[in-house]
Design a protein. Structure first.
Length: 332
């Protein structure tokens, strides 16, 4: 990836480089008595808690984004149960002047509690895509349980909330917690994905904590669809290298027309240069419906920036909900 002095246009700069550049970029547990707890009620005793150092623009966001992309996602369906031992983790990421939630997957051991493991990764690990970020601190304690009423209860130590941020980022960070917990529970088959699921957050065993100084945790929480990225590229992963073709592109998006635009640009000497090819891809669900998109590319060997976005119907040339990845095609 590019060094701070040669950061790619449209990409975030490396940590410490100043202001951010524009965004570039089943295992089931048996049910028990109806009033009992199902799944694991587990507390992690974590040591070596360290605070993350965040860039100033990560902790703030505009009060008004002026982007229609932030209102496109109106529902946020749960992930589906799977036997694969992977952890879904949501991160924050910038697109245009807004901040959205993006998901990555991480490996896990079969013996791990899926909810606790996913949240611990979210609070302690780094995203695979360097354009994503998280402002949670590693907690000294973290527990999770699931009731027969489809309620996930989390118990987090107060030291996880040490970062300073504004209201907008605080709202999104709490949603990041909710999305990660519900995704992990759904993929592990711990909840009924066909019914509404709620998340109750306790801090040191108590309700009513004011998260990050802005969000009272005094009632059950649900997924807020407005925070889901309107476009995100799931595959290929940022920085990946492929030796076989076609390059299979997979992602999730929504647009007023049911169509997204994409481009593939050369990357030379750490800089994005000329556009090699462009095109469009349809979202099978149609206009204004969130759905998965797929298309294949067969470029010659080289490094490229893959971009997928919504064409702004009001401003020609403006790219809404922009997400992109750097990918290398090598000789077979």
């Amino acid at each position: 990836m590019a060094s701070p002095s040669t950061a790619l246009p449209g990409r975030h700069g490396a940590p410490g480089s100043g202001a951010r550049r524009e965004r570039r970029a089943s295992r089931r547990f048996p049910a028990v008595d109806g009033l009992a707890i199902i799944g694991l009620s587990l507390t992690l005793a974590l040591t070596g808690c360290t605070e993350k150092i965040s860039e100033q623009d990560d902790v703030t966001m505009p009060t008004s984004t002026g982007s229609t992309a932030s209102t496109l996602v109106t529902s946020a369906p749960l992930e589906t149960a799977t036997a694969a031992q992977t952890l879904p983790v949501y991160w924050l990421g910038r697109s245009n002047d807004d901040v959205f939630l993006f998901r990555e997957f991480f490996p896990t051991a079969a013996t791990d509690d899926p909810i606790v493991a996913a949240l611990h990764t979210m609070m302690s690990a780094k995203p695979s895509d360097q354009d994503y970020f998280s402002l949670w601190n590693t907690p000294s304690r973290l527990g999770a349980s699931v009731s027969a009423k489809n309620v996930i209860t989390l118990d987090v130590s107060a030291d996880a909330f040490g970062q300073k941020m504004d209201q907008g980022i605080a709202d999104r960070s709490v949603s990041q917690l909710v999305y990660t917990a519900t995704a992990a529970a759904a993929m592990a088959g711990l909840i009924d994905a066909s019914s509404a699921v709620q998340v109750t957050v306790l801090v040191d065993g108590h309700t009513g904590f004011n998260a990050f100084g802005h969000v009272p945790l005094d009632k059950p929480l649900t997924r807020n669809p407005a925070f889901v990225a309107p476009v995100w590229i799931i595959d290929p992963a940022n920085g990946s290298t492929y030796r076989t073709l076609p390059l299979k592109v997979k992602g999730q998006g929504v647009s007023p027309t049911g169509t997204l635009a994409w481009s593939l640009s050369h990357v030379k000497g750490g800089e994005v240069s000329d556009t090699y090819m462009t095109g469009t891809v349809s979202i099978p669900q149609g206009p204004n419906e969130l759905g998965e998109f797929n298309f294949n590319l067969v470029p010659p060997p080289g490094s490229y920036q893959l971009s997928v976005y919504i064409v702004d119907p009001l401003v020609p040339g403006r790219q809404l909900g922009l997400d992109n990845k750097i990918v290398t095609i090598s000789q077979p």
